[in-house]
Structure formats: structure tokens, C-alpha cells
Design a binder for this molecule. Structure first.
Ligand SMILES: *Cc1c(COP(=O)(O)O)cnc(C)c1O
Length: 353
């Protein structure tokens, strides 16, 4: 059966490295567990290694962590649908919000209960995902303060994830300026400036973070040791945190090119193959349901991923440095996207080292 090996020591080490990098810049870290589907074993390693706050995008994952007995501060990174706002109030301590209507509704619900929910209002500084556009933000933040008062814990932004926009000091100065203008008009100072995800780490490494930014939400750098937006490994982190292992369920010599007229594959793609004559092909017990095939790199030299359908991953193992039989395993490293799908697939067993 396919499984993923979770190297908790490496995740713990990354956690300590990143927390220290942040601390030396005056920044607190919320570790983001969405890429591992809120896995309690992994969260436990984080909480034992300098993390005090967990960031999640799914209420289900937060509920999963809580029922495993974990009780750090939870920050919800993305709102669920309106009908579940009551659950937001029950489960989380702070929430990122990008519009006034949701803010009012959440405040209303939290006022009915004892629970004091804190809000970080999101400002879109150009990546074009959540939040009010920065050029409209001054008035909106003032309204947000009128609605929730001192429960307006902070102002935040997110870069890289959607539009691929690179974090620069001027993006974060937008947040600080908005905070100052709120203070001028209302006398109120927000406590948190929540600026970054992994894409913003270079500013910490270069000591280039505008003074006042004090909160980062970090997932990829801790879990994978990579920074996909800037196409690099994060200095001082380990990349051997997760290894996917698939099992060979069929092995046969077959032609490189399909035989017949070619239409679309199961996913509406027209597959392209290179004719290399007959090749030794291995079918693994993995597929699109479990992985992003293009995000896998085989750890055995000479193996090449050819293509995948829902439940079959096909490798050309003709030039492999190792010879294989049915029942043998092939290990892979994974991109962030591949890891996300692996951890979400119930068909991939999780093995904790
Ligand atoms: C996913 C997410 C993060 C974490 O991003 P990484 O690139 O994994 O560090 C931070 N903030 C928000 C709002 C997110 O959705």
C-alpha cells in the first residue's frame, strides 16, 4: 500500500529554525498546517518546537486537532460559508476577514456568546486574492473598527499564493501606513501586523522587514523547507520532511506510444509521449486522486514518471539504477502541491518516523 513517511525530526528542526529567524526580527509565527490536513502528530511536533499558534484554513482540521487534545491559539486563515460562522466562533481564537459584512455577522455571533473572537482584517496589496484593495482600505478599516472595536486585533495581507506577487518592503509599509492612519482618526492602535507567508521570508533573512510588522503565517517553509514563489530552498531548513512511497503492482515491457487514434485522457488532456521503442513500465498504486504526478521526483536514479490516471501512476524504469519486481517500492520527494494532495488522500497511509 502506498504510504507517506513523515520525518517529524526534520519538521521539528525546521520549526525551530523558522521560529528563531522570525524571533530575531521581532516576528511571531503561526505555523500553518493546512498542507498536512491538520495532522495531529505533526502539529504536536510543531507545538513542542517553539510554535504557540496554529493557522488553518479548514474548520474540520481545527476540530481534528482539538479532539486530539491540542489547545494552542488557532487562527483561521479562510472563512467558511456563512452557515458555519457559529462554528468559527466556537473553534477559533482569531480569524482573517476581508469584508465588512462577514465581520459584522461574526461579531454579532461572538457577542451572543462568551467567546471573544479577534479579527485580522485583510488588505489586498496586489496579489488579488482576499481582502479589501489597499487603495480602498482606509475607510473600510475605520468602519471595521467601528463594528468590532478593540477586537480588531490586526491588519494583514497575503502575497505570492495566488498572483505570484513577490513580497517587498513597500507592500508591508502599506499595512503600517493603514494602521497609522487608523490611529490618527480613531486613537486605536492594532496589535498585530500579519504580513507574511513563506513567500515573504527573504525579508527576514535580509533584515529588510519594515519595523512594526510582527506576525507571519508560515506553512511551506516549515513543512517542506521550500519557498515556491521565489523558487528556492529556505536557508537552514531541511527538505527531507516527507517521502512518498508507492508499490509496484504491475511491471511489463510495453511500447512507448499508445496504439490507435488518440483522443483525450481521463482528465481531458491529450497525452504526449516520446517514442523510445519498447520500455519497461511499472504501474504504482497511486494516481491523480492521491498525488500531483508532475510534483513527484523519484528518489531512484533513472526512473521517469510517464503519466497518471485516477489510480495508476506509470513509471519508465528501463534505465533505473535498481532493478525491480512486482511488490517493490519506489520512493519520491514531493512538491508542496503534491504533498497537499497526498496528505488529503485517505488512500495514502501516514507513517510517522
Ligand atoms: C496558506 C496560507 C498561509 C501559509 O502560506 P505558506 O506559503 O504555506 O507559508 C498564510 N496565510 C494565508 C492566508 C494562507 O492561506
Amino acid at each position: 500500500m502506498a504510504y507517506v513517511e513523515v520525518n517529524r525530526d526534520s519538521i521539528a528542526k525546521n520549526s525551530r529554525t523558522i521560529v528563531e529567524l522570525a524571533r530575531s526580527n521581532g516576528v511571531k509565527v503561526a505555523a500553518v498546517t493546512k498542507v498536512v490536513c491538520g495532522d495531529p502528530e505533526i502539529a504536536k511536533s510543531l507545538l513542542e518546537n517553539g510554535i504557540k499558534e496554529i493557522g488553518e484554513s479548514r474548520l474540520e482540521n481545527i476540530a481534528r486537532l482539538k479532539s486530539a487534545g491540542m489547545n494552542p491559539d488557532f487562527i483561521l486563515l479562510r472563512l467558511p460559508e456563512k452557515s458555519r460562522f457559529r462554528q468559527v466562533v466556537e473553534l477559533v481564537d482569531s480569524v482573517l476577514v476581508g469584508d465588512l459584512e462577514s465581520l459584522s455577522r461574526l461579531k454579532e455571533i461572538s457577542s451572543e456568546t462568551e467567546k471573544q473572537l479577534k479579527f485580522i482584517f485583510m488588505v489586498d496589496t496586489g496579489d488579488l486574492r482576499e481582502g479589501v484593495m489597499f487603495y480602498d482600505a482606509e475607510a473600510v478599516l475605520k468602519k471595521a473598527f467601528e463594528i468590532v472595536g478593540s477586537d480588531l486585533d490586526g491588519i494583514g495581507t497575503n502575497l505570492g499564493c495566488f498572483g505570484g506577487v513577490i513580497a517587498t518592503p513597500s507592500k508591508f509599509e502599506i499595512l503600517l501606513n493603514l494602521g497609522e492612519s487608523l490611529k490618527r482618526t480613531t486613537g486605536y492602535s492594532v496589535r498585530r501586523y500579519s504580513a507574511g507567508n513563506t513567500a515573504s521570508l527573504p525579508l527576514l533573512e535580509e533584515k529588510n522587514l519594515p519595523e512594526g510588522i510582527n506576525h507571519f503565517r508560515l506553512g511551506e517553509s516549515i513543512m517542506c523547507g521550500t519557498d515556491v514563489t521565489n523558487n528556492r530552498r529556505v536557508p537552514g531548513t531541511l527538505q527531507n520532511t516527507f517521502t512518498l512511497v508507492g508499490e509496484i503492482i504491475e511491471l511489463a515491457e510495453k511500447p512507448s506510444l499508445p496504439i490507435g487514434d488518440i483522443g483525450y485522457d481521463a482528465f481531458g488532456r491529450i497525452p504526449k509521449f516520446v517514442d523510445k521503442g519498447k520500455r519497461m513500465k511499472a504501474i504504482l498504486d497511486l494516481g491523480e486522486q492521491d498525488v500531483v504526478p508532475s510534483g513527484l521526483t523519484p528518489l531512484v536514479r533513472g526512473c521517469e514518471i510517464i503519466h497518471a490516471s485516477s489510480d495508476h501512476l506509470i513509471l519508465d524504469v528501463t534505465d533505473s539504477e535498481k532493478s525491480f519486481a512486482v511488490g517493490d517500492s519506489i520512493p519520491f520527494t514531493m512538491s508542496y502541491g503534491a504533498l497537499l494532495r497526498v496528505m488529503t488522500s485517505p488512500y495514502v497511509r501516514k507513517v510517522y518516523l
